[in-house]
Ligand binder design. Structure first.
Ligand code: GDP
Ligand code: IMO
Ligand code: MG
Length: 423
């Protein structure tokens, strides 16, 4: 059976966690394919809110298996905390959660390296979540990393020591003032590794091949967003993995031909957390309203998210890179009350009008060209049927579908599972 993909089309935080949770009842396996605890995926149901970082967003459904794929980087300390938060929900995670042996581990010294690297960059910093993501993927591609499967070997701590020592000398190379107590960090780390070791480690590519043969329905869950992709994002202000559709192939061991539907998720406007270009960013009252009404604060770091109008140039690019087959528009409710709305349909780039994302998206090169739309006053949060959506919202949706040539199958009107309209 084909594997469906779900991924973010902007700079992350599109609402992936919510939609994975909504869709999980259609799937047997939910498989995270990249990223790590830099992600924060929020689920809201039965009046409760849950934020997941590494654990796939299908974990609250009794029947689904949640798989952490080889493309993911795992910090055992954060993973342990996530498991502890699940405790009140009586989830049998030894059954419901499996971990790829080939997933790489984030060590305490990876976090230190992340902090040192960012501090050394000064104003040019990436705005990393400081979870050690970049240094861990660097060790992966540099062929120095420690993988989950290594924890089953007797000598893994020797390998750990060598790598941690090397990291410490690299930290001092940065020559920044970083206070830390590695011994304390290691006590916490080794305790967390013991908890991680109580989970089932698997050869996940083999597991998924067999599941496909057995006709199981699989949904691959992305993290971050397409504009944070290491290759296709706004480099260097990106994360260190392939967040786009191809990342699901390498991050799970799935063949390209076995990919079925590609669900692309976007907000009805745009947000970004951390540094880097953002052509449609607003610095006025409209941007402030989006942030306040949309409660735009990072689920992982609590930082406020930058807000702006929807950018169709960037969105079209993301749809192309991912081969999106259907779209899901999130947070439409946040736009209620705006007298008029804007959508960026082209850029003025060095005096020329262009419709594609150029190599250099910096503000000094790019001025967005907008089309205006009528706003709507109605509160959408209680609406449960697309036939009652306000006319101006339908006009907004129709325009996006025409421009992108992809149907918008879901309109989300609130954070709760139930606030989801299928079209
Ligand atoms: P993810 O990283 O893509 O899973 O998204 P986050 O969880 O980081 O951020 C999305 C935020 O928007 C969370 O606080 C969600 O609870 C919330 N959310 C999701 N969908 C909607 C929606 O349709 N309307 C509103 N108002 N909030 C939403
Ligand atoms: P989810 O899965 C939004 C951003 C950071 C920073 C850049 C690099 O919740 O959508 P990193 O920690 O990877 O070195 O940070 O990427 N970033 C995210 N922004 N949502 C995320 O994940 C993000 N993960 C990383 O803010 O700008
Ligand atoms: Mg998030």
């Amino acid at each position: 059976m084909a594997v469906d993909l779900l991924l973010g089309l902007q700079w992350g935080d599109e609402g992936k966690g919510k939609i994975v949770d909504v869709l999980t009842s259609n799937y047997n396996i939910i498989a995270r394919f990249q990223g790590g605890p830099n992600a924060g995926h929020t689920l809201v149901f039965n009046g409760m809110k849950h934020v997941l970082h590494t654990i796939p967003s299908g974990i609250f459904h009794e029947k689904a298996i949640n798989l952490v794929g080889n493309g993911v980087v795992i910090d055992p300390v954060i993973f342990k905390k996530e498991l502890e938060k699940l405790a009140p929900h009586n989830i049998d995670y030894k059954k419901a959660l499996v971990v790829s042996r080939k997933a790489h581990l984030i060590l305490p010294t990876h976090r230190l390296l992340d902090a040192a690297s960012e501090a050394s960059k000064g104003k040019a910093k990436i705005g990393s979540t400081l979870k050690g993501i970049g240094p861990t993927y660097m060790d992966k591609t540099g062929r120095n990393g420690i993988r989950v499967g290594d924890l089953e070997l007797d000598n893994w701590k020797e390998k750990y020591r060598l790598l941690a020592n090397k990291h410490e000398s690299m930290v001092s190379f940065y020559n920044v003032d970083l206070q830390y107590n590695l011994e304390e960090l290691e006590v916490e780390f080794f305790e967390a590794v013991d908890v991680l070791k109580t989970l089932k480690f698997i050869d996940s590519e083999e597991y998924l091949h067999q599941a496909q043969k057995d006709g199981k329905a699989i949904l691959a869950e992305g993290a971050q967003g397409s504009l944070l992709d290491i290759d296709f994002g706004t480099y260097p202000f990106v994360t260190s993995s392939n967040t786009t559709a191809a990342g699901a192939c390498t991050g799970l061991g799935i063949a390209p031909g076995s990919i079925g539907k590609v669900f692309g998720i976007f907000k009805a406007y745009t947000t970004r957390v951390g540094s880097g270009p953002f052509p449609t960013e607003l610095f006025d009252e409209d941007g402030e309203t989006m942030g306040r009404v949309g409660n735009e604060f990072g689920a992982t770091t609590g930082r406020s998210r930058r807000c702006g109008w929807l950018d169709l140039v960037a969105l079209r690019y993301a749809c192309q890179v991912n081969g999106v087959t259907q779209l899901m528009m999130m947070k439409a409710d946040v736009l209620s009350g705006f007298k008029s709305l804007k959508v960026c349909t082209a850029y003025r780039y060095r005096g020329e009008i262009i419709h594609h994302l150029p190599y250099n998206v910096e503000a000094k090169n790019v001025t967005p060209i907008y089309t205006d739309f009528e706003g709507w006053a109605e509160d959408l949060t209680e609406m449960n049927n697309d036939s009652i959506l306000p006319k101006p919202l339908n006009a907004y949706i129709d325009f996006l579908e025409k421009e992108l040539e992809i149907p918008i199958k879901v309109v989300s009107v609130g954070p709760d599972r139930k606030q989801t309209i299928f079209r």
